[in-house]
Ligand binder design. Structure first.
Ligand SMILES: Cc1ncc(COP(=O)(O)O)c(C=O)c1O
Length: 417
């Protein structure tokens, strides 16, 4: 147990910070790694076979075995390892075989990789407004699907499930497919069903701050054999290697599609498979930390914890707090950082965040115009602060986070204007 601070003077005003140690996060070396993971990666290294397609039977390769394990874990018919979450999304979209330059919907609140993947697949991102809880606004979604969008990319942003039954209702009404960007929500369930298995395709990442961490990497899930076979070919299963993925291979000319070489390699696959075996423990740790902190912070007037669409429909790897407005959120994040908590305000102009859509100059050269075009999302994203919650947080870490939020929240009124 660490001593709890009694200094009520804020650290930004010269007081003693609640916490001196760095806040655990993947970019300062925090990782959920066990000896088994290291042994699995070393075994793959020592095998001298790093390429997924070789003379071994498919199921004897690390990547083939990982894909089989992912199918079992998610209850999906097909899984395909690939190079990243972005390429998983692009593979899913490419495999849908939409007309070139189709309008494809994604939420205004997402990581810049989501619209980037839509562009990579040769389509045009169309943003949909978000509500106060940073969830897709169903009315705006319906309007934009009715206007001719050909697919919907749903994002389970910061590990919180999107409202899949409502979104699937709209998608079905207009006959458009859903691709799930489940990158931030690996292992989360909604109404008992894993995220990433609700849409035609689910896309995941195994980059370092995801629930499976192989440095970089990703995978695609689908029950659709045609979509799967096309994704396999795009990913780089050339010269009949596509057939290794099927007992009964579909009729697809593997040179009728371009080859992008977005394959997963054997070392990452070995690491991911070892971690998949320990995923339930990691998910439980996230849930324990998140629930402890969220319960302690519940009910504050000016600092609201993001609400899930259903009980338990979140990963717990990120705590999102809603402040009265952008100025409050920016001040709050600065004050909380001074107390030793790793926190960012999405809307802080001095800390440019790729999750704020108005910063996506590759899509929106005019920042003011895009903010005006999406007023609800501008306000909702702007007043939110984001705190990563490592699976390795201790009870003391959680208590310090609650103390720091309490301390800064008590000083909030009148401080930020
Ligand atoms: C919502 C979302 N989609 C896609 C990605 C891209 O994943 P990757 O970095 O593996 O390409 C990320 C990365 O964090 C993400 O948060």
């Amino acid at each position: 147990m660490v001593a709890r601070t009694t200094d009520v003077r804020l650290a930004i005003d010269g007081g003693t910070p609640v916490r001196a140690a760095p806040w655990p996060a993947y970019d300062n070396g925090d990782a959920y790694v066990a000896d088994d993971d290291v042994a699995a990666a070393l075994h793959a290294l020592r095998s001298r076979r790093y390429f997924r397609y070789d003379t071994r039977p498919h199921e004897a390769t690390e990547t083939g075995a990982l894909e089989a394990a992912l199918c079992r874990y998610f209850g999906a018919a097909h899984a395909l390892g690939c190079a990243s979450g972005t390429t998983a999304l692009a593979l899913g979209l490419l495999a849908l075989d939409l007309p070139a330059a189709s309008d494809v919907i994604c939420p205004a609140f997402t990581f810049a990789a989501t619209p980037s993947a839509i562009i990579l697949a040769g389509h045009r991102p169309v943003l949909v407004e978000c509500d106060d809880d940073l969830q897709l606004d169903p009315d705006d979604l319906r309007r934009k699907v009715a206007a001719g969008a050909r697919a919907i990319v749903v994002v389970h942003m910061r590990g919180f499930a999107a409202d899949m039954p409502a979104i699937a209702g709209i998608a079905d009404e207009f006959g458009v497919p859903i691709v799930e960007d489940a990158v931030p929500a690996l292992g989360v369930r909604l109404h008992g069903r894993p995220l990433g298995t609700w849409g035609r395709v689910g896309a995941f990442s195994t980059q370092s701050d995801k629930a499976l961490n192989t440095g970089e990497g990703g995978f695609v899930l689908t029950d659709d054999a045609t979509v799967y076979s096309r994704a396999v070919v795009y990913s780089g299963a050339y010269e009949s290697r596509m057939a290794r993925h099927f007992t009964d291979p579909p009729d697809l000319d593997d040179l009728s599609l371009p080859l992008f070489s977005w394959r997963m390699d054997e070392i990452r696959a070995a690491l991911a498979r070892a971690q998949l075996a320990r995923l339930p423990g990691r998910l439980a740790a996230h849930r324990r930390n998140y629930d402890r902190v969220a319960a302690a912070l519940d009910g504050r007037p000016d600092v609201a914890v993001r609400r899930p669409v259903a009980p338990g429909a979140y990963l717990g790897e990120a705590l999102l707090l809603r402040l009265p407005d952008t100025a409050a959120a920016c001040w709050f994040a600065r004050a909380l950082r001074a107390e030793g908590i790793g926190v960012r305000a999405f809307g802080d102009p001095d800390d440019v965040n790729v999750r704020a859509f108005w910063n996506w100059r590759f899509l929106f050269p005019d920042r003011a115009a895009v903010r005006a075009a999406y007023p609800a999302s501008t306000a909702a994203v702007g007043r939110t602060v984001d705190i990563p919650l490592s699976a390795n947080l201790t009870g003391d870490d959680c208590a310090q986070l609650v103390d720091a939020v309490d301390k800064v929240a008590a000083a909030l009124p009148g401080r930020y204007r």
